[in-house]
Design a protein around this ligand. Sequence first.
Ligand code: GAR
Length: 192
Amino acid sequence: MAHTLNLVVLFSGKGSNLETLIERFHRKKIGEREVRVFAVTNRPNAGGIARARHYGIEPIVLDHTLFASREEFDEMLADTVASLRPDLVVMAGFMRILTPRFTERIEAINLHPSLLPLFRGTRAIEKSFKSGMKVGGVTVHRVTAELDSGEILDQACVKIEPIDTIESFTEKIHRVEHTLLPDVVERLLSSL
Ligand code: GAR
């Protein structure tokens, strides 16, 4: 029998992207293989925990504040992810800067709410909105030790209209994320 495809999703916040991945892939088949979604968070109070439980998935919580250093946390995170035998690791709103302790052991992809290489790091939606550009967007890229700089796998544009507010633009960004990320994940899982 074909083995399952293990999709490990790392998140820190409300988990709307985690939920779209669960809805699209958990217990569904890609070719002959069934996908199983695992969820890992660094925040014990992340909203995504309740969302995952709703689908019968109990997230693993690794509270980064309980570790003495960034490296120690990354080491434990890498051990935890590796123990799940992942076929694909996705960072969907995982708000931690990762050191080589993690990136040298685990291959992962990341969702970022701007058209990289523009607006790396935090508050990317706000930076795009305030930039004066008429377009922002969303990127899915490979994770490297250098923040938001790995190979770009796909991108989508989001128009910034004169009537947009930061709230309406943020909503448009999330809507686009919720199709772009699952589409990339499906492409990658299908190629395994
Ligand atoms: C998403 O907009 C994602 O692009 C962003 O966090 C949000 C998580 O939303 N990620 C980053 O900013 C990474 N630097 P969610 O918790 O509802 O999926």
